[in-house]
Write a new protein. Structure first.
Length: 211
């Protein structure tokens, strides 16, 4: 099945990147501002799901240090191993989020930072809907992506072959609203990864609430 093939490709890419992925994004001030926005909305001891948790930094580490309970999920075994070592206060599972059982009204917040780009549009829309339903009333979803109108485009990311699908920014806002969420704030920025082959790329951060 196409989804399973996409999952295997994504796991192979991020297994190969490992800690170099963390280094490439370490200087993203927009990501840190996004986390600050989220921390400002969370009550002490909130439950947070980190989708595509990577090495655990900075998302899970920042939230755990603030006293929140974090569950991270990632399709890459290498990333999960790194995250468990670097952020022992969080819980990490190696699982394809498309296959993750999600109870309704079970998390105070969900983080989705650049983790859906190798899924097709139907899968992204369906997953955002499931993640919205997993939020408690008053909960928050923070979402970051590369806002481009592309579908199934072959590209190279940090030296690794990837197949990318995304939405233009306005279309993504419509997807989020269709899931029953309100966009409370957004930030558009240009970011250059710390990698010799990288150039500036657009990043969109959406900060959403379930009212």
């Amino acid at each position: 099945m196409a989804g399973e093939d996409d999952g295997r490709r994504a796991a192979a890419v991020f297994d190969a990147l490992g800690a170099t992925y963390e280094k490439a994004f370490a200087h993203s001030e927009a990501h840190r501002r996004s986390l600050e926005w989220l921390l400002g909305r969370l009550a002490p001891g909130s439950r947070v799901l980190d989708v595509g948790s990577g090495t655990g930094r900075p998302t899970a580490e920042t939230l755990t240090r603030a006293g929140h309970g974090v569950r991270g999920v990632d399709i890459s075994p290498v990333m999960v191993e790194l995250a468990a070592r670097q952020v022992p206060g969080a819980v990490f599972d190696c699982v394809d989020v498309r296959e993750l059982p999600l109870d309704e009204d079970s998390f105070h917040a969900v983080c989705v930072y650049f983790s859906l780009l190798q899924m097709d549009r139907a899968e992204q829309i369906g997953l955002i809907g499931r993640l919205a339903r997993a939020l408690l009333p008053g909960g928050s979803l923070v979402f970051a992506t590369v806002p481009l109108d592309v579908e199934g485009v072959d590209a190279v990311f940090m030296g690794q072959p990837v197949r990318v699908t995304s939405f233009a920014g306005a279309d993504l806002v419509d997807v989020v609203r269709g899931a029953g969420l309100t966009v409370l704030a957004e930030e558009n920025t240009l970011f250059t990864l710390d990698h010799p082959e990288a150039g500036p790329e657009p990043h969109l951060f959406l900060h959403c609430g379930k009212e």
